[in-house]
Design a protein around this ligand. Structure first.
Ligand SMILES: [Fe+2]
Ligand SMILES: [Zn+2]
Length: 461
């Protein structure tokens, strides 16, 4: 099908000619606009008649033949009718800006080459041509011979006027929430499998992605093998505790982690602006008593809080808690901004994306803290209400049905998504040697997109 429109006017030549290597001003002669089409406010969509001699075989047999494109009468928008009957409109400046050809988008670096700011706001579409199979459209713009091709499915995925839902749209994470029952069927992979190739690594990553916790068995009980295992995912995130850590309860750092004290369920590094993403943990030696490891699915706990006490859930998404790490000499770490909610919500989807909770590392709660962000119901927070919400949250975390207690052993490593899963341990005596590493959240997610999500991992770039 061929849709063609005579452009109504030329874009300002000084602007057009600056579009990098794309525009030949002499190539197209354009008409002056009529009074009716000059103003965008009177611009109407006009269906362009199909040319019946083109692609009859597609029309006869394929659903895709039902897909149509129309250029608006002022040529500054393209309306696409998809095979399911839904339509969406795309502005010409958006289409020109999102050209994915090698001149406009670097095929290797995946970075934009087109200079967005040299595209006229009212750039006109001079032609829109569907390909033979009806699944892509080729556009040309007034004053240029440059051709832009879009897959219609890609346009649908990125539609905005209106936004159309597609299978690949909004790649939602496939979380499986868990409680104490997960001990009956732990997500475990073999060390040798992870080290052997990307298939084994993908299995491990998938477990972390879905459960927020994953175990590896058969790990040689030493630092070298554990470090190699962590580096299969990404380089190590170095912190004030070092890069790869190997420690006993020797008070090497002024932090309770370096003692034999019990630790309540918490996430690590709430005092960082960007808390660490993954924590790999391998107990390589243990002779003593106690020291069981505790894990709690923070997303499940948050879902329970939302269901039972929605007002407390909302409060914990709105009150920002300051935190610090200041035990070591010359170390006064605090996040910027100074505080974050315990339950962090995506401002667009309103989905929970990060739990940030360590009651031991919480700084002073004062008038700067007892304020709601993004609140429609008033900013002030009563201190008693805050403590009530906090207590309710912790009572869910400490519900036996939510607590997973595991006695780790040499050879059995665990990794947790520190933005979702809380960890802790019971008190212990004796000798307990732990090694492991931190990994950045973005580096971990990059690996998941690459190895577990296939082509859909690249959809939104
Ligand atoms: Fe910790
Ligand atoms: Zn291009």
């Amino acid at each position: 099908m061929l849709c063609r429109l005579i452009p109504h006017r030329s874009a300002p030549s000084g602007v057009l000619s600056a579009v990098r290597g794309l525009v030949s001003l002499s190539s197209t002669r354009v008409c002056a606009p009529s009074a009716a089409t000059r103003s965008p406010s009177v611009c109407r969509t006009k269906t362009m008649p199909p040319r019946p001699h083109i692609h009859p075989q597609v029309r006869a047999s394929s659903n895709l033949a039902k897909q149509k494109v129309h250029i608006s009468s002022c040529a500054t928008a393209l309306t696409v009718s998809f095979s399911d009957g839904l339509t969406s409109k795309f502005d010409s400046i958006w289409l020109r800006d999102h050209c994915r050809c090698p001149e406009c988008f670097h095929q290797v670096t995946k970075q934009r080459l087109v200079d967005t700011f040299h595209i006229p706001a009212d750039i006109q579409i001079s032609a829109a041509v569907l390909n033979q199979s009806g699944d892509s459209v080729e556009l040309t713009f007034a004053g240029s011979t440059h051709k832009t091709v879009f897959q219609l499915e890609w346009l649908k995925t990125h539609s905005y006027n209106p936004t159309l839902e597609t299978a690949s749209h909004n790649l939602k994470r496939n979380y499986k929430l868990w409680g104490a029952e997960i001990t009956k069927n732990l997500p475990v992979v073999e060390f040798d499998e992870v080290m052997a190739g990307d298939e084994g690594l993908a299995k491990w990553l998938k477990n972390i992605d879905v459960y927020g916790i994953a175990f590896v068995k058969g790990v040689p009980p030493n630092c070298e093998a554990t470090e190699q295992l962590g580096r299969r995912i990404s380089f190590i995130r170095e912190t004030h505790y070092g890069a790869f850590w190997d420690f006993t309860a020797d008070n090497a750092h002024a932090d309770t982690a370096y003692t034999g004290l019990a630790l309540q369920a918490h996430t690590d590094s709430t005092y960082f602006t960007d808390p660490i993403g993954l924590q790999l943990f391998h107990m390589t030696e243990f002779t003593g008593k106690g020291g069981k490891s505790l894990y709690v699915d923070g997303f499940k706990a948050a879902a329970q809080l939302q269901e039972t006490y929605p007002e407390y859930y909302e409060l914990l998404t709105q009150v920002c808690i300051p935190a610090h790490s200041a035990g070591d000499p010359k170390t006064i770490i605090a996040p910027s901004p100074r505080s974050f909610p315990i339950l962090n919500i995506d401002p667009i989807t309103e989905d929970l994306y990060q739990v940030r909770f360590n009651n031991d590392d919480r700084s002073v709660i004062d008038g700067k803290t007892l304020i709601r962000i993004n609140s429609k119901t008033g900013a002030k927070v009563d201190v008693k209400e805050f403590y009530a919400a906090l207590k309710c949250w912790v009572s869910i975390l400490r519900d036996q049905e939510n607590e997973v207690w595991i006695q780790l052993e040499p050879g059995f490593a665990v990794i947790v998504d520190n933005w979702r899963v809380l960890h802790g341990r019971s008190a212990f005596t004796g000798h307990r040697r732990i090694c492991g590493s931190y990994h950045g959240y973005d580096d971990y997610r990059s690996r998941v997109r690459d190895l577990c999500y296939g082509s859909s991992g690249r959809l939104d770039i």
